[in-house]
Write a protein that binds this ligand. Structure first.
Ligand code: PLP
Ligand code: ZN
Length: 454
């Protein structure tokens, strides 16, 4: 059989609501003009079947983290599954992806499990999984501009990490970027990233949902390209996490994958990745998907609870999101709720929530076993702990928790936890630094107090 080259393969936008609208990936378009549904990128699966599962595995493994630019990137190593017809010279990559999958044995045994892994998507250029989607979106913009599409700037509303990724990839390719942030609601690290990368940083007196409304209006002109996750190009990069996880587990699916969800694009992306792996024969079974939300920003959890089931037709009502330590998922009107519900339905999934106390303690518990979990990862870990305690996840089952950002981006959360200054929280696992005079006796006393006298 002839092995397909990138030239034979193609992908296009299609209406995700099932009407037969299609558009090329080089068109400036975010919604179906017929039904206003979100778009998704559709691939020619029959053409992709021109390579066998074994050939795909060998191709992906051969490129993984290697030096053949840009195919050593975790995203562009799977270019045929992401954006096959994109010209390689238009790829804007910071070698995103290829992140560690680490086993948390001590943490697992503490919560009564045996086989828990953390996929560290935050160990990447700007410190969050947003790099995976942004490399695809900014590369697509570069390709459009090269073809004469008059895009002046790329814009996004952000809870912090999206703007950091957008600013970095735009700076790397010389494309202007505009980011709209809710004033006072993003961490210092998140704010300083787009500032450093030269974005036009606009702090608005509102929350994320308010920023989102403004940026949608701003991008009504095709000259301002919208980078939010309603833009389905980002989903294509983010879905490669599923391929990496499966590859890192020796081409097998785990029993469960747990992911924190805010705007819910990433949950949909993960589901899409696993379905593609199954449809192309790289795995024979799907994991079950858990979407974990902060109790203070839980529109999906409420919707599924009210309906008594998780399916694509469950209506998700917007809520006013309350303040949560998991600031990147403080979202009351998730744009991609339907994408997530479709993924949950296809992957026999469920939705769990975590209180502020639960997410903070879960992050601290994982840290004490060597992790350094951001608060969103804390939400996913808390969901794992609750599902394990309820017997839904059984001790021998293999679980992969998706860590969405690097803990270092949220040092205020970490410091506040251990200093005991987070409002309303009683940190059960505090480990504050001990202040001492500079004497041997004082230090020996402190050591004895912690570990017992010799
Ligand atoms: C964006 C983000 C999320 C949520 O992803 P969605 O696709 O909006 O659900 C979770 N954690 C972190 C750290 C993020 O930056
Ligand atoms: Zn449509």
């Amino acid at each position: 059989m002839k092995t397909p080259s990138a030239d034979d393969l193609s992908a296009w936008f299609r209406c995700a609501e099932g009407c037969d609208f299609r558009a090329p990936l080089t068109e400036v378009i975010y919604r179906c003009p017929r039904c206003q549904g979100l778009l998704e990128v559709e691939h020619d699966l029959d053409a992709l079947r021109g390579r066998s599962a074994a050939e795909w595995k060998a191709l992906f493994e051969g490129r993984f983290r290697g030096g053949n630019w840009p195919f050593g990137s975790g995203v562009w190593g799977k270019k045929e599954w992401v954006y096959p017809q994109l010209a390689v010279e238009n790829v804007v990559s910071m070698y995103e992806g290829g992140t560690p999958l680490i086993r948390l044995d001590r943490y697992a045994s503490e919560i009564g499990l045996q086989d828990v892994w953390l996929k560290e998507c935050g160990v990447t250029h700007t410190g969050s999984f947003k790099d995976l989607g942004m490399t695809v979106l900014v590369s697509a913009v570069k390709e459009m501009r090269a073809r004469g599409v008059p895009i002046r700037a790329v814009a996004c509303a952000s809870t912090g990490d999206t703007s950091a990724a957008l600013a970095a990839y735009c700076a790397a390719s010389g494309i202007p970027s505009v980011v709209l942030l809710p004033r006072g609601k993003v961490s210092t690290a998140q704010l300083v990233q787009p500032v450093s990368n030269g974005a036009l940083v606009l702090e608005l007196d509102t929350d994320f949902d308010g920023c989102m409304r403004v940026v949608q209006d701003l991008s009504r002109t095709p000259e301002i390209y919208l980078a939010n996750s309603m833009n389905s190009l980002r989903i294509e990069g983010q879905k490669t996490v599923a391929v990496e996880v499966v590859q890192q587990l020796g081409w097998t699916s785990p029993d469960w994958v747990i992911i924190p969800g805010g705007n819910l694009g990433n949950a949909g992306a993960l589901g899409k990745g696993f379905l593609m792996l199954r449809d192309l024969g790289l795995v024979d079974r799907l994991p079950r998907l858990v979407v974990a939300q902060a109790e203070n920003a839980n529109p999906l959890y409420r919707a599924v609870k009210a309906a008594g089931r998780a399916a694509a037709d469950v209506p998700v009502e917007s809520i006013q999101a309350r303040t949560t330590l998991a600031s990147a998922i403080q979202i009351g009107a998730p744009v991609s709720a339907k994408r997530a519900l479709r993924a949950i339905e296809a992957l026999d999934g469920l939705v769990e929530q975590a209180s502020e106390q639960e997410l903070a303690d879960a992050a601290a518990r994982a840290d004490l076993s060597g992790a350094f979990a951001c608060p969103h990862t804390g939400v996913a870990l808390a969901a794992l702990e609750k599902l394990s305690a309820r017997g839904v996840i059984r001790p021998s089952e293999r679980v992969v928790v998706i860590s969405t950002a690097h803990g270092l981006k949220f040092s205020d959360f970490k410091v506040g936890y251990h200093e005991g200054t987070l409002p309303g929280l009683a940190p059960a696992l505090r480990n504050p630094p001990v202040r001492l005079p500079a004497t041997l006796a004082a230090v020996q006393d402190a050591v004895a107090a912690r570990f017992g006298a010799r």
